[in-house]
Design a protein around this ligand. Structure first.
Ligand code: UTP
Length: 291
């Protein structure tokens, strides 16, 4: 069965990018000319996803507005033939996919956010794309995970090797290579505190494919790191019982939940954007002389 549904958790507080995220959801912070979450929705759509549930919370209404029509703006732009291209760009988010919204009423962790999707998902496997992780590449990262689900029939996590300093802020996975960039994942730990707790430098980054038993597992999972319901703790149960597959995906990941990630995304995407690339390249060359 082809996976058609995806969940984008976007209800986090975004404390690492304050004050930018005080009244604008961090998922709406831009990379050149589009908000981060639009890149994520476009990645899902390219991978064949048709139905997307975005988990939001209070103060994130701008996400809903972005994926809706803006009649006044569109009617204004449509009167000016010179603005036909921008009109298309403005209209596009409203028709990318069937997009639904639900609120996580308390910020109780990524696991709790995923539990809000139970009714929408029902009894089928589904994709998860973290709302602040933008991945740019030819082959959509989530498509690579969906292919691994079809091949191995188990839940899949998108993985990347990170540094020893970073691993303590992320998750650490026990992995065995199956072939090329594909691994068996048999154990995991969220935010390892000591070197002894580090299982490897492979960490889950931004994408997974889950089977519906995750909902029952989440309901039985105690609160973990940060006193939040951690999705990693529930996936650990899945990895230890049924096993999970890890895909070291291709593509460049930008963590839009941290300041440096936002800067990198804007520079690298800007260097490929037809309207900004030449000017930006010249500007970077010029300022780098004094760095
Ligand atoms: P993060 O931990 O990166 O997001 O969660 P955060 O909580 O906003 O980060 P900081 O530490 O305060 O800066 C990964 C993803 O899970 C979502 C976030 O929106 C992000 O997309 N999330 C996290 C929820 O939807 N609900 C939560 O309770 C926590």
């Amino acid at each position: 069965m082809k996976i058609k549904k995806a969940v984008i958790p976007a209800a986090g507080l975004g404390t690492r990018v304050l004050p930018a995220s005080k009244s604008i959801p961090k998922e709406m912070l831009n990379i050149v000319d589009k908000p981060a979450i639009q890149y994520i929705v476009e990645e899902a759509v390219k991978a064949g996803i048709t139905d997307i549930l975005i988990i939001t919370n209070r103060g994130k209404g701008a996400i809903e507005d972005h994926f809706d029509h803006s009649f006044e703006l569109e009617s204004n732009l449509s009167k000016n033939p010179d603005k036909a291209d921008i009109l298309k760009e403005v209209q596009s988010p409203a028709s990318l996919a069937n997009i639904y919204f639900i609120r996580q009423k308390e910020t109780k962790g990524l696991g709790d956010a995923i539990l809000r999707a139970e009714q929408f998902i029902g009894n089928e496997p589904f994709a998860v794309l973290y709302g602040d992780d933008v991945i740019i590449g030819e082959d959509p990262a989530i498509a690579q995970l969906l292919r691994a689900y079809e091949e191995y029939g188990k839940g899949v996590v998108g993985i990347k090797e990170v540094t020893k300093e970073q691993i303590k802020k992320y998750s650490s996975l026990k992995v065995e290579n199956i072939k090329d960039n594909v691994y068996n994942v048999t154990d995991m730990v969220e935010k390892p505190k000591t070197d002894a707790e580090i299982l490897s430098l492979y960490s889950i980054l931004g994408r997974c494919v889950l089977t519906p038993e995750i909902f029952d597992i989440l309901k039985k999972t105690p609160l973990g790191a940060g006193n939040e319901l951690q999705l990693t703790d529930a996936m650990k149960t899945l990895a230890k019982t049924k096993g999970m597959t890890g895909v070291d995906f291709t593509g460049t990941r930008y963590d839009m939940g941290n300041k440096f990630g936002m800067l990198k995304a804007n520079i690298e995407v800007g260097l490929n954007h037809p309207e900004t690339k030449d000017e930006l390249k010249a500007y970077l060359k010029e300022i780098s002389k004094n760095l």
